[in-house]
Design a protein around this ligand. Structure first.
Ligand code: DGL
Length: 272
């Protein structure tokens, strides 16, 4: 099965990375819209326009199903995509439901882009699942910039995280929901800030399981890091994934190295 994944940038790679773990036998088309990142600060009309174009591109390349590996694009464009294209299209939304179900009493912080936080989709999700009003929302757009610069652990990143959270009492929070796929790269910084007891919850595992379910694919038992690395060094650069940066096929050594570094990072932070 040829599966397309689309994000504004390298955030979607974290979803692909999880798919490598659990659905390693499939073929993937990965699309990072680097010419238009960040989506989180664009208008809904702009994002819908980009996404229609990106989806058409991947379908022309043979995608039989699409994952919108971006919470922001899902919030504003998923309905339009589904009504235009006649293949399975999965979206992503902040994993608020598991956060509410897995915890009790203490508060839950959802971080996402300004668009995701503003849009009705998240509001109606909260309305459905946050009966006790335990969830707070916080936009952290600069993390997208930092991620695109491959800057994950710098003093500037740590300072930004501290500043953004400073009006909240961190001892009140039991879970941090990463409502933007770019935010996965910073797990060590959140861990340092919140300590060991706070759950870090992202939507990647759930998305890949949902994908398997919709497409009728069998999930592989998750591999440990060592075995995964043996396999995945064979994956990058070989037939099973084509990487596109806004329609440009990536085949130069420098960018492939960049992607490898990002996969390494994602593997390191997967269970932080
Ligand atoms: N990775 C995207 C998300 O999950 C958005 C990043 C951006 O602002 O472009 O929301």
């Amino acid at each position: 099965m040829k599966i397309g994944l689309i994000d504004s940038g390298i955030g979607g790679l974290s979803v692909l990375h999880e798919a490598y773990h659990q659905l390693p036998g499939q073929e993937y088309l990965f699309f990072a819209d680097v010419l238009h990142v960040p989506y989180g600060e664009k208008t809904p009309e702009q994002i819908i326009g980009y996404m229609m174009d990106n989806a058409q591109f991947l379908i022309d390349k043979g995608a039989e199903a699409l994952v919108v590996a971006c919470n922001t694009a899902t919030s504003v464009a998923i309905k339009e995509l589904r009504s235009r294209f006649d293949i399975p299209i999965l979206g992503m939304e902040p994993a608020v439901k598991p956060a509410v179900e897995e915890t009790e009493k203490k508060r839950i912080m959802v971080i996402a882009t300004p668009v995701t936080i503003r849009e009705d989709k998240l509001k109606s999700l909260l309305h459905r699942v946050d009966e006790e009003h335990r969830v707070d929302l916080l936009a952290m757009p600069r993390l997208v910039e930092f991620a695109e610069r491959e800057e994950f652990d710098s003093p500037d990143v740590k300072r930004y995280i501290e500043e953004q959270f400073k009006s909240f009492d961190k001892s009140e929070y039991c879970a941090l929901v990463l409502g933007c796929t770019h935010f996965n790269y910073f797990k060590p910084a959140y861990r340092e800030y919140f300590g060991e007891d706070t759950l870090l919850i992202d939507g990647n595992c759930g998305t890949v399981r949902h994908l398997a379910d919709v497409l009728g694919l069998e999930l592989k038992v998750q591999q440990d890091t060592e075995v995964f690395f043996e396999d995945y060094h064979n994956i990058l650069g070989l037939a099973n994934t084509e990487y596109y940066f806004s329609k440009k096929l990536i085949n130069d050594e420098k960018t492939l190295e960049h992607l490898k570094r990002l996969h390494n990072r994602l593997e390191q932070v997967r269970n932080v």
